[in-house]
Design a protein around this ligand. Structure first.
Ligand SMILES: Nc1nc2c(ncn2[C@@H]2O[C@H](COP(=O)(O)OP(=O)(O)OP(=O)(O)O)[C@@H](O)[C@H]2O)c(=O)[nH]1
Ligand SMILES: [Mg+2]
Length: 194
């Protein structure tokens, strides 16, 4: 969704400097940033323009930028959970975006997606856990969920670590699968008749 804090997050966790502003559709083109989580560990994050309901039919900036997601391995779905959100219903927002993703591409809708509740700093500390539980229950969300403040940086370090670990895990699994396939392939090769 526009204004959820996507560009703020990439500014906090990388050297990318996209414009951040308090109105929808600030970001008009995708931005890339390198996120470093250790001396030799990094991944590339993409910040894309916000989607709205009807994006698949061209509403807002439309879905023209979704093709930039085709090479991503993990989607972070940022949701503004502050009481001052443009939309007062984050649950509906998440469902809408997922619907638009699905209309665009089944492959993208199937991609691993994590829920990231943003603007935590605008919620009183004692309300945070309840808000999170309420959203997770209403969405019947079984995947990973993180609570952050993209602005203050709270929770973003843990999120970036988790992303790095997940990407490494996936890379290892892919390497193992490739190795297994190579082995099967090698066994299939019949010795030449001499
Ligand atoms: N208090 C608070 N404000 C935030 C946080 N993250 C973003 N904002 C504010 O929310 C507004 C929108 O932030 P952006 O990062 O531009 O949002 P975006 O998702 O990139 O928006 P689009 O590019 O329009 O899709 C700005 O005024 C930010 O300062 C946060 O964690 N806490
Ligand atoms: Mg933006």
């Amino acid at each position: 969704m526009p204004n959820a804090g996507k560009s703020t997050l990439i500014r906090t966790v990388s050297a990318a400097r996209p414009k951040v502003a308090d109105y929808p559709f600030t970001t008009l083109h995708p931005n890339l940033g390198v996120v470093r989580v250790g001396p030799l560990k990094s991944f590339v994050m993409a910040d894309i323009p916000g989607l709205i309901e009807g994006a698949a039919e061209g509403a807002g900036l439309g879905i023209q930028f979704l093709r930039h997601l085709s090479r991503t391995r993990l989607l972070l779905h940022l949701v503004d959970v502050s009481p001052y959100s443009d939309s007062s219903d984050p649950v509906r927002d998440v469902a809408i975006i997922f619907g638009e993703l699905r209309k665009y591409s089944a492959a993208l809708a199937d991609r691993e997606r994590w829920l990231v509740l943003n603007k935590l700093d605008l919620l009183p500390e004692e309300e945070r856990a309840a808000r999170r539980d309420e959203i997770v229950t209403a969405l019947d969300w079984a995947g990973p969920v993180f609570s952050i403040s993209a602005l203050s940086g709270e929770g973003t370090g843990a999120l970036m670590q988790a992303v790095m670990e997940r990407l490494e895990e996936r890379q290892q699994a892919e390497a193992a699968a490739t190795a297994a396939l190579t082995e099967i392939g090698a066994n299939d090769v019949q010795p030449e008749d001499s």
